[in-house]
Write a protein that binds this ligand. Structure first.
Ligand code: AMP
Length: 122
């Protein structure tokens, strides 16, 4: 794949690859993770390709804030706003497998340890 090839998530955003799209606005989408590690496992993905969190700069401040706000909004929408985790894997050694920034939203049944112990590293 060439260095400029669209990322997997860009191909999902452009409907080139199918996915369960749960939310979309002009800046991001939210999809169901294809290999869920918790009862609820969604990914918040900016439409702009930023490979890793550390590749974001000052100019990306508003999109980064937007992703957090959308995470809270969809957590509310899916009824898990009282108990969810947000995870960002930054770099292959931290378990990042798709090099297009994304936030994992993980939630399980109330009181369950399942999602607290979920290993979402690659
Ligand atoms: P990470 O390991 O942090 O880069 O997370 C990448 C996530 O993308 C993993 O949890 C994968 O299960 C998920 N994933 C990979 N391919 C797809 C796909 N086609 N649709 C939805 N989620 C995917």
């Amino acid at each position: 794949m060439s260095e400029n090839a669209p990322s997997l998530f860009t191909r999902i955003i452009s409907r080139d690859i199918p996915a369960e799209i749960l939310y979309e606005d002009e800046l991001c989408i939210v999809i169901n993770d294809i290999a869920p590690q918790a009862l609820v496992h969604m990914l918040v993905i900016p439409k702009q390709e930023i490979a890793r969190l550390v590749d974001a700069g000052q100019a990306d401040q508003s999109i980064l804030g937007h992703l957090l706000l959308v995470a809270g909004e969809v957590a509310r929408q899916f009824g898990v706003d009282d108990a969810f985790r947000l995870v960002v894997n930054n770099g292959a050694d931290a378990g990042q497998t798709v090099f297009h920034l994304h936030l994992h939203i993980l939630a399980g049944a109330k009181g369950s340890k399942e999602f607290l112990e979920a290993d979402i590293g690659g």
